[in-house]
Design a protein around this ligand. Structure first.
Ligand SMILES: Nc1ncnc2c1ncn2[C@@H]1O[C@H](COP(=O)(O)OP(=O)(O)OP(=O)(O)O)[C@@H](O)[C@H]1O
Ligand SMILES: [Mg+2]
Length: 376
């Protein structure tokens, strides 16, 4: 429903990538924990499923740390595939720090082709700046990563460094965590580190496997779904600020998403759009779900294609609320229950799509995948 509108504004619900700190719903406790850990120079490992708001939380932490006078950066390692990529990402992020006495960040940044542009720090590969060879990239990393120590020696101040998608380092080189550790273990008072990653099992492997360099090195922090009350209030406030009223639709959306962070905002985005267009469907929440399914159908299909038959049977059963390894499902598909159990165990161990609730019952993490399956 639409009140009188004075200005035409952009949809306030950004559902792609990190959001601005002012738009963060909840996460006050997590920010407090990060702040305390930084004050005590305790490293934190932030593990959560994809799209649960890790990068958004890190951005808010960086902003909060800067507000109280610390230096802070987020280094995004998503999809790095070579050691050169890793060095470039670090150089790009550390360019935002003040120049340290040795100016090694700016010198390496120039050699790696990372340039400061009017719009921020860019990256150009010109014929003069080919992608660095692995040895040079390693030398760059050893020097770049030490910038917080050099800065601390000159002014005694703290640098907060958030490594996002940290596990992707291992794609570039599966011993790169050792190189990182060899430098940052000497940072003591100079820096406080947060390691975030979206594949929980891989993150755990990095930090919990005895033989890995970061074994036992970081305090775990997990991100759960958004609290429904607070999410509902914030979404209604944003709609209200635009002169839009959703009546009960926001509560219905939240009941559908269960507080899944990105799915909640994606649906709020579509709800905003249809209210803003002046559409007045009988069931706005259901209409928003339809729009979201239309947008995500290709991605869901591609995901679906990646599962084997037994996994698909388990996923369909979960979406229908059936016992995935029970005799009904096994009989219907003529698959031994033990094979379904193996498929379920695989999906649960993988953690990306199926998790167990507090009472141990498996459920689908993505409410849109569940709905897409129910509509098959
Ligand atoms: N606390 C939150 N408040 C409001 N929106 C959120 C919150 N957390 C996540 N979101 C929504 O989820 C989207 C994805 O967030 P973000 O990119 O921070 O997650 P991520 O865990 O880093 O995802 P990825 O696994 O893709 O890297 C955001 O664009 C936003 O719409
Ligand atoms: Mg992210």
């Amino acid at each position: 429903m639409r009140k009188s509108r004075t200005i035409c504004s952009v949809n306030p619900f950004n559902y792609q990538g990190p959001i601005v700190p002012a738009r963060l719903i909840d996460r006050g406790t997590e920010l407090d924990e990060l702040q305390t850990a930084a004050a005590n120079r305790v490293a934190v490992r932030l593990a959560a499923p994809r799209r649960f708001g890790k990068s958004s939380l890190l951005e808010a932490h960086v902003a909060a740390m800067r507000d109280v006078g610390h230096r802070a950066v987020r280094v995004d390692f998503s999809k790095v595939s070579t050691v050169g990529d890793v060095a470039v990402r670090v150089a790009r992020a550390y360019r935002e720090l003040p120049a340290e006495p040795g100016r090694s960040v700016s010198r390496w940044a120039a050699r790696l082709g990372v340039t400061a542009t009017a719009a921020g720090v860019g990256f150009t590969v010109t014929p003069q700046t080919p992608r660095p060879a692995a040895d040079e990239a390693r030398a760059a990393l050893l020097s770049l990563l030490d910038a917080p120590r050099a800065l601390h020696e000159s002014d005694g101040e703290l640098t907060v460094v958030c490594f996002d998608e940290f596990q992707d380092l291992l794609v570039a080189d599966d011993a790169l965590d050792g190189l990182f550790r060899s430098v940052i273990q000497h940072h003591g008072e100079a820096a406080a580190y947060v390691f975030a990653g979206s594949q929980p099992s891989l993150m755990r492997a990095l930090f919990s496997e005895y033989e890995r360099p970061f074994y036992g090195q970081a305090r775990p922090l997990e991100l759960s779904t958004l609290p429904l009350d607070e999410a509902g209030n914030d979404i209604e406030a944003l709609l209200g600020a635009e002169g839009l009223e959703a009546d009960g639709a926001v509560d219905e959306l939240l009941a559908f998403t269960g507080g899944h962070p990105q799915r909640t905002i994606l649906l709020a985005h579509h709800l905003y759009e249809l209210l803003d267009r002046g559409e007045d469907p009988e069931h706005p929440a259901a209409a928003a779900v339809n729009f979201a399914l239309r947008d995500t159908a290709d991605a869901l299909q591609a995901l679906w294609d990646s599962f084997d038959r037994n996994e698909r049977v388990v996923l369909m059963a979960l979406s229908d609320g059936q016992a995935p390894t029970g005799s009904i499902v096994a009989g219907e598909h003529r698959i031994p229950r033990s094979s379904l159990q193996e498929a379920l165990d695989r999906l649960v161990a993988d953690e990306r799509h199926v998790q167990r609730d507090a009472s141990g019952r498996p459920y689908l993490l993505d409410p849109l995948l569940a709905e897409w399956l129910r509509r098959r």
